[in-house]
Design a binder for this molecule. Structure first.
Ligand SMILES: Cc1cc2nc3c(=O)[nH]c(=O)nc-3n(C[C@H](O)[C@H](O)[C@H](O)COP(=O)(O)O)c2cc1C
Length: 212
């Protein structure tokens, strides 16, 4: 495998998914992968996306192909962006910085979560022209104003307001993995970490997210 680029090693998203599952301790994998309740919505979303078809435009002469779009007054190179994922640093060390840089290079938006493992200031130099900041609105208006001011000063010019999480979601696989609320490193979780030494080494080298 040495020398192969990641597109050759992981040609399908399913390959990346299998790799992530093999690398992450169970509670981290369940945090990333589990849906809520009976998890009926994931397959429904998948089926809806699979129903989208593209019609090839043939015998139309030279059609200049472009994946660029304009959205919210800005020009993007692709019609996709990186969605906010809380505690990304638990999944990969410094994931927020890596993803923000990759998004800036690709000309797409990067959206930082309210519950990220890096501060907006940490991303100031990485975020590029299309930094979005996702807000779970706090009850205290002073905290809210402070968060928004910090995000704006750090280069996040677009606000994404998440309004569909009025209470903590019920993720049954995550509960089954043994992760408590608030999270505590119990012997059960430590046993899961011990089975994933590469992940543990990465965390040990870069610092456990949230413990900075
Ligand atoms: C592990 C995980 C963490 C997430 N964290 C956040 C978050 O902090 N804030 C937020 O607004 N959405 C969060 N989301 C929702 C995603 O940004 C996205 O909207 C959602 O996963 C739907 O996109 P999908 O169908 O491509 O997964 C999270 C999703 C996942 C899977």
């Amino acid at each position: 495998m040495a020398g192969m680029d990641s597109a050759s090693r992981y040609p399908a998203l399913a390959d990346l998914r299998a790799r992530a599952r093999a690398r992450l301790p169970r509670f981290v994998w369940e945090f990333l992968d589990s849906g809520t309740g009976a998890e009926a919505t994931g397959p429904r979303n998948r089926a809806a996306l699979d129903r989208v078809r593209l019609m090839p435009a043939i015998l139309q002469g030279e059609v200049p192909a472009t994946t660029g779009v304009r959205f919210l007054g800005a020009a993007f190179d692709l019609p996709v962006g990186i969605a906010p994922v809380g505690m990304s640093g638990l999944i990969w060390p410094d994931a927020e910085v890596t993803l923000a840089r990759a998004a800036a290079e690709a000309g797409i938006p990067y959206c930082l979560s309210t519950v990220a493992s890096r501060t907006p200031e940490d991303l100031h130099d990485a975020v590029g022209a299309h930094g979005w900041f996702q807000l779970y609105p706090p009850r205290d208006p002073d905290i809210r104003a402070d968060m928004l001011a910090r995000a704006r000063a750090s280069g996040f010019g677009t606000l994404v307001l998440t309004v569909d999480v009025p209470v903590a979601s019920r993720r049954e696989r995550l509960v089954r993995s043994g992760l408590t609320q608030p999270p505590r490193l119990t012997p059960r979780l430590l046993a899961q970490v011990a089975l994933r030494p590469a992940w543990a080494w990465g965390m040990a080298c870069r610092g456990c997210p949230g413990c900075a």
